[in-house]
Write a protein that binds this ligand. Structure first.
Ligand code: ZN
Length: 160
């Protein structure tokens, strides 16, 4: 069976940036199961896996536009530390949900200075070129429930 719209695909993967740094891997965590065409994974990786089958090794080099988008420097801003009054220790790397005109956005603290905190609303992988090394373990039909939920249940998928 080949990877197509509405098939369940089970993959082992390692994701690296252009410097060869490992960003994410299924090694140790177990394979990832996703529903193809449901937006479970980034568009660029779905494109690369389309038409492949179990046993195939796929290497995909994906530009930011088909991954987590380009970085927007204007999504970085300095806010007064007072706004974090309820937080005991603000540290670089912490993430907060922030209300904006476009709805809630996850922001990451990227710098701290006296009474100012610099937060970045870009996805941590925005602007990053992603290199996937994937092995397809299995391609199968989804259950009716998986189709309805738009994701895979069980090992490598959702548990609920
Ligand atoms: Zn579900």
């Amino acid at each position: 069976m080949k990877v197509a719209e509405n098939t369940v695909v089970v993959i082992d993967y390692t994701l690296t940036d252009n410097d060869g740094q490992v960003i994410d891997t299924s090694e140790g965590a177990g394979p990832l199961a996703y529903l193809h065409g449901a937006g479970n994974i980034i568009a660029g990786l779905e494109e690369a896996l389309l038409g492949k089958q179990a046993g195939d090794d796929v290497k995909a080099s994906i530009e930011p536009a088909k991954a987590y988008g380009e970085r927007h420097e204007d999504m970085k801003q300095d806010v007064p530390r007072d706004l974090f009054a309820g937080v005991d220790n603000i540290e670089v790397g912490m993430q907060f949900q922030s209300e904006t005109d476009q709805g809630p956005v996850m922001v990451t603290v990227v710098a701290l200075e006296d009474d100012m905190v610099t937060v970045d609303g870009n996805h941590p992988l925005a602007g990053v070129h992603l290199n996937f090394d994937v092995t397809i373990r299995e391609v199968r039909e989804p259950s009716a429930e998986e189709l309805e939920h738009g994701h895979v249940h069980g090992e490598g998928g959702h548990h609920h």
